[in-house]
Design a protein around this ligand. Structure first.
Ligand code: ADP
Ligand code: MG
Length: 220
């Protein structure tokens, strides 16, 4: 091998090594983001690819896809509503997985768990103040996905924090993704004193996304 060939070959090998290293670094970062996301193992596997499109969910599927395609240049989030088992959490997880694959920080869980998650991942040494939790969720996290809003009986403290978080995102024109089984009237009732304010902001901030059809869990 002459010297030119030798140099060329060395450069090629170096580039290959570098590419592998970058891929590995990206994979490591994705694993880390997934771990911090709050997505359970089951929903880490739910993607747009394994979401089956039917007449009852076609519009919802494309709305969620478009949201991802436009991210982060989108002010409007998604308010995904529909009966149990119609793919709301699947779609919310697909959004989360898609964005994490592009190295965005996304958190997807119910609101009580989200707050606990932030306390344990960001405040290991000291107890976080409430304003710090709001700050992390509205600035350090690229997208907040609240699953099953109104379902768990959240404390009044959690509902107050929820209001602060949503209000901040609203003021900053940043998107949020929410799933819920409830109509806006019932949801407002479930979210305590500030329920009405929370729901009216969410309605303005988000595009309504509706999943219908049968419960997928009951399909054989
Ligand atoms: N369109 C779909 N294609 C494939 N699987 C689906 C679809 N919709 C729902 N599922 C599956 O059915 C189960 C229930 O869906 P899920 O998203 O948890 O419902 P919801 O949050 O609306 O109650 C999950 O395992 C989900 O992956
Ligand atoms: Mg769900």
């Amino acid at each position: 091998m002459n010297i030119d060939d030798f140099i060329r070959e060395s450069i090629r090998k170096n580039e290959e090594e570098l590419k592998k290293l970058m891929m590995r670094k990206k994979q490591d970062r994705i694993s880390e983001l997934l771990q911090k996301s709050g997505l359970g193992k089951r929903f880490q596997k739910k993607t747009f690819e394994n979401f089956q499109i039917t007449d009852a969910n076609r519009a919802a599927f494309y709305q969620a896809k478009e949201f991802c395609a436009n991210f982060p240049n989108t002010k409007r989030g998604l308010l995904i509503t529909g009966p149990v088992g119609t793919g709301k959490t699947h779609l919310a997880s697909a959004v989360t997985n898609d964005l994490i694959g592009r190295l965005y920080t996304v958190i997807c869980r119910n609101i009580t768990d989200i707050i606990s998650l932030i306390k344990s991942t960001y405040g290991q040494k000291t107890e976080l103040e409430e304003w710090e939790i709001v700050d992390i969720l509205t600035t350090e996290v690229d997208l907040l996905v609240i699953d099953d809003l109104g379902k768990e009986r959240a404390s009044e403290n959690t509902n107050t924090l929820l209001y602060q978080i949503i209000n901040r995102l609203y003021n900053d024109e940043r998107p949020i993704v929410v799933t819920t089984n409830f109509t806006s009237v019932t949801l407002a009732e479930k979210l305590g004193e500030r329920g009405q304010s929370i729901v009216s902001r969410l309605t303005e901030m988000c595009e309504p996304v509706r999943t219908c059809g049968e419960d997928w869990r009951l399909k054989s």
